[in-house]
Design a protein around this ligand. Structure first.
Ligand code: 1CP
Length: 321
């Protein structure tokens, strides 16, 4: 999960004033940043240090990551003519530094490495809105007024995501996560018609070459559809209990989640109570990967997170109320 500015002092110490998009071009640095939380917390997997907009930036879209805000596109995509600003991603040529970072990490890591990409809808939302958005009005306007352009854009972005993921798997990533963070903004009908086909092309394109995790925020109403896109693990945010998620998607999929990141800030005691409840629910479901329901909030105390990781490791089913 994105760490929203990363709360670790060792991260702030090695990050220069360069944008994160520059930092990921330095494989030694990107590998070191990936390793930091593994060392500090003893978590069971590492997530590559990169960003969902790295591939579109690498093929020439003028995009910056603005501190405290997120990805900002100088000239938002609005018309059919904007499609010419994208082209297929050639990972060996366009993002060799991502491949190199994965290779470096495979030598260093003793836990699995998760590679990732942004799902077509979520990346499109940044391109069309021009930045982070609350209501996604331009994105929804394009899908509802110019289907041809919308589906062509989804097609381009699905190819870009798939190529990027395949290159990470070839370099050694042990699993991949597809982030459709903002899909929860859509109705079921719009998700199914306008978004699902492109997402399915990405996840089915990966097939059995690596375990797949599919995640979005506020997607309680979309879970069955997101599971059906072709995944092994379904990420769930804290708004939907794992028990409800389990009833909706069945036992064919493992679940990932879903502690509310704000509860970690409330303190270790409330965090343990909530975590125990989640672990019980996850154990009842079967396959469960514990994590936060979304990224670590910047003001999070690393000490509380470290204690929480130990708590999860030591917990056994049936030991909590
Ligand atoms: O320079 C910085 O340190 C700024 C903070 C930051 C970081 C650490 C951004 C800006 N991106 C990242 C790295 C990142 N992004 C990772 C690597 C793992 C890690 O370092 O923790 C990952 C997996 C992402 C994925 C990502 N980027 C997502 C999907 C996951 C999620 O959190 O929902 C999204 C939506 C983005 C866009 C993005 N990049 C950065 C920000 C602040 C945002 C979100 C902006 C918004 O709210 O719309």
């Amino acid at each position: 999960m994105r760490q929203a500015g990363r709360s670790l002092p060792e991260y702030r110490a090695i990050r220069t004033n360069d944008s994160i998009l520059e930092a990921v071009k330095d494989p030694e640095l990107a590998a070191e940043v990936t390793l930091q939380p593994v060392r500090r917390y003893g978590v069971d997997a590492a997530i590559l240090f990169s960003d969902i907009v790295v591939p579109v930036s690498a093929i020439g879209v003028d995009i910056e990551i603005v501190a405290g805000r997120g990805p900002v596109v100088a000239e938002p995509f609005r018309y059919a003519s904007d499609l010419a600003r994208l082209r297929p991603l050639e990972p060996e040529v366009d993002t060799p530094y991502v491949i190199e970072t994965v290779k470096l990490l495979k030598k260093e890591l003793s836990v699995p490495l998760i590679g990732f990409a942004g799902a077509p809808f979520t990346v499109a939302s940044y391109l069309i809105e021009g930045g982070p958005s609350r209501n996604f009005t331009h994105t929804k306007a394009l899908m509802h007024t110019d289907e041809t352009t919308w589906f062509a854009l989804m097609d381009q972005l699905s190819q870009i995501a798939l190529s990027s993921l395949q290159s990470q798997i070839t370099a050694g990533a042990d699993a991949i996560q597809l982030f459709d963070s903002w899909a929860g903004a859509l109705s079921r009908a719009d998700y199914e018609y306008f978004v699902l086909p492109a997402t399915r092309r990405v996840l089915e394109g990966i097939g059995e070459s690596a375990p797949r995790i599919h995640f979005g925020v506020g997607t309680g109403e979309l879970l069955e559809l997101m599971a059906g896109a072709g995944t092994d693990v379904l990420g769930v945010d804290w708004r939907t209990s794992l028990t409800d998620a389990s009833a909706r998607v069945g036992h064919r999929y493992a679940l990932q989640g879903n502690l509310d990141p704000a509860v970690v800030i409330a303190g270790i005691e409330p965090a343990k109570v909530e975590t125990a409840r989640i672990l019980e629910e996850g154990a009842r479901h079967g396959g469960h990967i514990f994590n936060l329901g979304h990224g670590v909030l910047p003001e999070t105390d690393p000490g509380v997170l470290a204690e929480l990781v130990s708590f999860v490791h030591e917990w056994e089913p049936g030991t909590t109320r």
